[in-house]
Design a protein around this ligand. Sequence first.
Ligand SMILES: N#[N+]C[C@@H]1[C@@H](O)[C@H](O)[C@@H](O)[C@@H]2O[C@H]12
Length: 448
Amino acid sequence: MAKLNFPSDFVWGTATASYQIEGAYQEDGRGLSIWDTFSHTPGKVVNNDNGDVACDSYHRYEEDVALLKKLGVKAYRFSIAWPRIFPQGTGEVNEKGLDYYRRVVDALLAAGIEPAVTLYHWDLPQALQDKGGWANRDSIDAFVKYAEVIFKEFNGKIKQWITFNETWCVSFLSNYIGAHAPGNKDLQLAVTVAHNCMVAHGEAVKKFRALGIEGQIGTTHNLYWYEPLTTKPEDVEAARRSRAYYNEWFMEPTLKGTYPQFMVDWYRSKGAEVPIQDGDMETISQPIDFIGVNFYSGGYTRYKKDEGLFDSEDVQVGFDKTFMDWNVYPDGLYKVLSWVKDEYGDIPIYITENGACYEDELAEGNRVHDALRADYYKKHFIQLHRLIESGVQLKGYFAWSLLDNFEWAEGYKKRFGIVYTNYETLERHPKDSYYFIQKVIADDGLEV
Ligand SMILES: N#[N+]C[C@@H]1[C@@H](O)[C@H](O)[C@@H](O)[C@@H]2O[C@H]12
């Protein structure tokens, strides 16, 4: 056995998001979000599940903080629900909404845990969606006003800020594929939403700098690693497009201030143009202090004429699968972050999400023997160590997720937590994977 040691300043954490854990969807003045609308629309979410109660963290956040303290994490990534702060998206601040986050932040700090806050994790106020949502450039200004309130309120308490979570999901998953709220299926709309969200990110960074807010700010993109099944040029090009769909389309504007031209041309060939206005690219690529990367999977791609958006298809080549039917691909984590370093230099990186969904059952003594999930984490932790050793500026890792929670369109059957949520009683029960991670954190490393 060998011990893989991590730097003593490596930040171990876990992650959640407001709509997925809070519940209390009509409490203390919270306005409706697009996810309340979407989940209350029959047929949109498995079992017609919704986030009305979720994990009830709005009332049980102290239990969550106690679990975090026992786990030994240095940081906790969670998101703030815009509709709690501005129930109508803009206008008067809802003080009761701010009060909830004041309680959460103070409880974390009292437990010696740093809050890492995502400003936008998909719960757009419905009132803004009614005016076009992210397709309407007015939402950019509304987002900056919301961000400014949070920056000022928590300046000095929150020191790690993430503007957006997974802009690909906000744009393509939600407005081209249509699987997430608001559920549109229009390529031009998706390209426009992606652009406006990235402009909103940049404008928020400018506001953060202008206000002199303490700490570091970045954004989170979900990156995948796809390779061509063969060296045939058509497979190589198909894989290039599949990867850029998730990666370059977002990373290049954010870190270089340009869109990848081969993808601009490809979307143009499909009838979609990027609605760039003067100054947008400079705004989007405002210097940031770190890049957040959510990594779950990847695989192999080959050319298939007229298949999907990119004349490509993913090929099943014998990966183990999670309960989301995603490939378990720890090498993909090493490859994608090595690519980030090669393409974008030594920008500090936090893995802001990584984790796995498996079918979990509560066993005797309220234990959950989730060996597959613990093994998933072990395999990915080995890659973290490999990346650090290779010189990648990997600064931290947030396991997704602290709790089983509302898994968007998959509802509650898909469990990602290292803590089991009993949705009847709302009790929390640490799984074996929780204790595995607890030991890695305590030992500053793992035995392999
Ligand atoms: N699906 N899945 C799990 C997980 C989702 O629950 C998060 O909210 C997203 O940020 C990201 O998609 C990853």
